[in-house]
Design a protein around this ligand. Structure first.
Ligand SMILES: *Cc1c(COP(=O)(O)O)cnc(C)c1O
Length: 460
């Protein structure tokens, strides 16, 4: 098909939208390592996860055999309000870069929460409601997850308690107010409202918080309050499963026009958007049906894949969660405060970690000033103001397109544009004022986090 026939935006018809999520673990011969009970060091059982998560979500978490899991009709109907998301051919960016590469991006910022997180938030809220729960608790860093969850909870009339990393709570008052508009209560973390919060404040007075602390607080409140469960916006298998809707739509749209990407690029915080975007492509790769180059992009200041250790580690600072085997910087790792670009979590999805360890995908780290340069370049030609997180993927997509120009290669690049950056203007402002610096942790800095990774007899 000639280039001209491919529209700027490829949408699917309603009946072409995915009816099921795809569980990539079903096609993995070597499965991701199971979550372990930190007390017994045995794989977590359904009954042990049940007090923390909704029943159906625990089933999804533990299921590494079923390839397709039907999307309940109520969720599909909600998806129809803002999906399919467009698959955009970046003609303007290609022209600006003067590259023979063909660039496509799947844009997930077309909903009020401004990111892909709503895809999983609505699913998790649905299962909580179906179970007859009163509400859910969660943590949020930059605020996208908390916003998405508060929207989903208000839709299903559930209470939503958000623990927001203190530095973001103070720096992003508008995010906080969006959550409250949707009826959520928002508490800066660490707080005096939980035992773990009080302990963290005592040990680290003046701390600006971290995702790991906020998770501990949210879990404590969920397990200690009747009719509540904890929900998480990234990292977990269930979240990657829900996010597979991104990849399934992208693949269906590309198949419609006979397009096959050579390279798939996504930013990686906890790994959910990337895991979702690559899912059906990785499935083909695992089954030996096709090959794709897959690149995870992370910040140089929080380099879990590129400099982390593949080990069982705690998912949270308070060490109340199960142990997960993942690429990790240690649960005590807190990225430098000058890091503005999101993607701050110390660990990485155990599914992506295993795929990376098996050499089925690559990872790159990029510095934040380079990320903001790419963000601005993209905004000026493609119109969308990208989230800093998403701009990590833009950086590498542009770098690869420029390589194609040098080598005269006509590669097809697909990247995930996970969200918009309207609430990140303080970071953009710093960049424009020349006040943004890059921070790359030294080996000694990282060692502090590594020292906190548990030593497990017989396991590591
Ligand atoms: C949360 C978020 C990310 C990173 O999370 P993943 O789980 O790694 O996908 C990326 N982009 C945006 C816009 C986000 O809100």
């Amino acid at each position: 098909m000639s280039q001209k026939e491919i529209p700027y935006k490829i949408y699917l018809e309603e009946h072409e939208m995915p009816q099921s999520w795809y569980n990539v673990r079903a096609d993995m011969k070597k499965k991701p390592a199971p979550l372990l009970n930190p007390g017994t060091l045995e794989p977590m059982k359904f009954e042990e996860l049940q007090p923390v998560f909704c029943d159906e979500l625990v089933r999804q978490e533990l299921d590494d055999e079923t390839p397709f899991i039907e999307i309940p009709e109520e969720i599909r109907n909600f998806y129809k309000m803002y999906r399919p998301s467009p698959l955009v051919r970046a003609y303007c960016l290609e022209k600006k870069l003067d590259t023979p590469a063909k660039i496509y991006y799947k844009f997930e910022g077309n909903n009020t929460s401004g990111s892909h997180k709503l895809n999983s938030a609505i699913a998790q809220a649905y299962y909580a409601k179906k179970q007859g729960l009163k509400g859910v608790t969660t943590e949020t860093g930059a605020g996208q997850w908390g916003t998405a969850l508060s929207m989903a909870c208000s839709y299903f009339d559930l209470d939503c308690k958000v623990y927001m990393v203190k530095v973001s709570y103070e720096q992003k008052p508008f995010r906080r107010e969006v959550m409250r508009t949707y009826g959520a209560s928002v508490t800066p973390s660490p707080s005096e409202t939980t035992e773990i919060g009080r302990k963290i404040l005592q040990d680290h007075p003046g701390t600006t918080g971290s995702l790991g602390c906020a998770i501990s607080e949210a879990v404590e409140v969920a397990t200690g309050t009747e009719g509540y469960r904890y929900v998480l916006g990234s990292v977990l298998n269930q979240v990657l499963l829900h996010q597979s809707v991104i990849g399934l739509e992208a693949k269906a749209a590309m198949d419609k026009y006979g397009i096959k990407p050579d390279m798939i690029i996504g930013c990686a915080g906890g790994g959910s958007n990337l895991g979702g975007l690559i899912a059906p492509f990785m499935g083909e790769k695992l089954r030996g049906e096709a090959d794709y180059q897959i690149i995870a992009v992370e910040p140089a200041s929080c380099p879990s894949f590129t400099r982390g250790k593949y080990a069982y580690d705690f998912c949270d600072t308070g060490m109340v969660c199960p142990l997960a085997k993942m690429y990790t910087l240690g649960s005590g790792f807190i990225p430098s405060p000058n890091h503005a670009g999101g993607l701050r979590y110390h660990g990485m999805s155990s599914t992506l970690s295993e795929l990376y360890d098996q050499g089925l995908m690559e990872a790159r780290s990029v510095e934040q000033t380079e990320v903001f340069k790419a963000a601005e370049q993209f905004a000026r030609v493609e119109g969308i103001l990208p989230a800093p997180e998403s701009s990590h993927a833009i950086r590498v997509a542009i770098d690869e397109a420029l390589k194609c120009k040098e080598n005269g290669e006509e590669k097809t690049i697909l990247f995930g544009l996970t969200g918009t950056g309207y609430f990140d203007m303080v970071a953009y402002e710093k960049f424009h004022n020349g006040e943004m610096s890059d921070y790359i942790p030294t080996d000694e800095d990282l060692q502090v986090g590594f020292d906190g990774i548990p030593k497990i007899p017989g396991v590591q």
